[in-house]
Design a protein around this ligand. Sequence first.
Ligand SMILES: Nc1nc2c(ncn2[C@@H]2O[C@H](COP(=O)(O)OP(=O)(O)OP(=O)(O)O)[C@@H](O)[C@H]2O)c(=O)[nH]1
Ligand SMILES: [Mg+2]
Length: 470
Amino acid sequence: MADDLADRSRGLVERRLRVGVTGLSGAGKTVFVTALIHGLLHPDYLNSLNAVRDQRYRAALLRPQPHQHLPRFPYEESVEQLAGAATGEPRWPHSTRRMAELRVSIRYRPRGLSGQLGERVLHLDLFDYPGEWLLDLALLDYDYTRWSAEVLAAAQETGQRAQAAEFLDYVGTLAPDKPDRLAESRAMEAAARFKAYLSAYRGEQGRTGLLQPGRFLMPGDLEGSPLLTFAPLPAPAPDKSGWGKSGRAPSGSLRRMMEDRYQAYLDKVVRPFHSEHFARLDRQIVLVDLIGHLARGAPGMARLDEELDGVQQALRVGSGWLPRLIQPRIERVLFAASKADHLPSDQHEALAALLRRAVDKSLRRSTFQGAETDVTALASVRATREVTVAHRPGRRYLAGQPLNAAQELAHFPGTLPTLEEIARADERSAAEALFEATAFRPPQGLAVDAPWPHLRLDRALEFLIGDRLA
Ligand SMILES: Nc1nc2c(ncn2[C@@H]2O[C@H](COP(=O)(O)OP(=O)(O)OP(=O)(O)O)[C@@H](O)[C@H]2O)c(=O)[nH]1
Ligand SMILES: [Mg+2]
């Protein structure tokens, strides 16, 4: 309100809206933010954004971002890669490991009477951050002992594999409950092995359970920090003589050091991320590579449930320990299955339905009921076209250039599995793929200064910001 008044004195009403973009590694965040900004700057293909449809949308501009200490989203670089401007060869943007921010200011004319009073400006602050960090909020419910027990149990389940064994064997040789001059170097060794185990499984499963600390594989600025030098330890022996009245392992012991670091991780990493970033968002889009989850079979789908539960939990968290002012205020959450251009259009509804079902399951488990949610399937940048072939009329084929092919080809990608097929795979906990899609190169001919093809990017925008352009 104060903002509005100040700005009105300069003759222009300006408002701010902070939209978070998240999803696990590879979900499509960077491509989404790039395409969204590019679309706002070149809005010809955004007809489902009502302000564009009603011709009230004037223009958008990139502006200096509000937080100087956050990295700027690499918009120009990503556009250049996608358009192949430097090399002549379009490429998907590089994988990113950090959060980033960018402000786009949109000038529009409001609907109805207020439109006659003049144009307005919406400062849209986009905040891109790894979903792995959001899922860390689950750790707040665990103390070090309970966390250790669950993580070690999960590691034992996969114990026959090399990296899990190397980590468990090492932890098994430790005597963590006595003061130990070498505690620091043992902590470093245990943490290194723990990390090696986590990264070995990420390739296969994406994550190793919900309780994997998000910064171990996605450290951002914390690379090498002592905050990441901890690992789970087996429960202490029942005999706790020498533990003192506090009930804690003796100081100078490895266990004490690990407990302190785990606690520091919660206090210095997890809570601040929540209060400084997550809790300040107005809207949130969660990108889900559902097709990628299906490719990992039943374990992949189980991980999807876990991921969505984690998001629900994040939305709920904070009411207990955050100051009132920064309690979560996210008003709208859009869950979007990304890369829908891997399927012909007659299967997009089925893709969205699979995601909707998973979201509904986690919504039912959660008691949180604040934010308005919606589910969609979209392609930020459409890399395929739909074609038909003479001998199979009625069947829709995809034409595009596969990542590993030298030229364009048309193929039928198959059909998404039904819910029954997914449930059956789940019973057998079968790891074979439930669906496998061909990965495509970005389309040829994206121009730096012309609109790009997409699927439902504009509808996603209407849900996320449309009411603020009304
Ligand atoms: N066909 C198609 N592929 C996409 C689309 N969006 C993302 N991809 C593919 O998914 C990959 C990952 O997309 P990114 O946007 O880099 O994903 P991210 O979430 O930023 O990933 P990290 O930076 O690694 O966390 C890209 O390299 C593309 O191969 C899309 O709209 N269509
Ligand atoms: Mg990225």
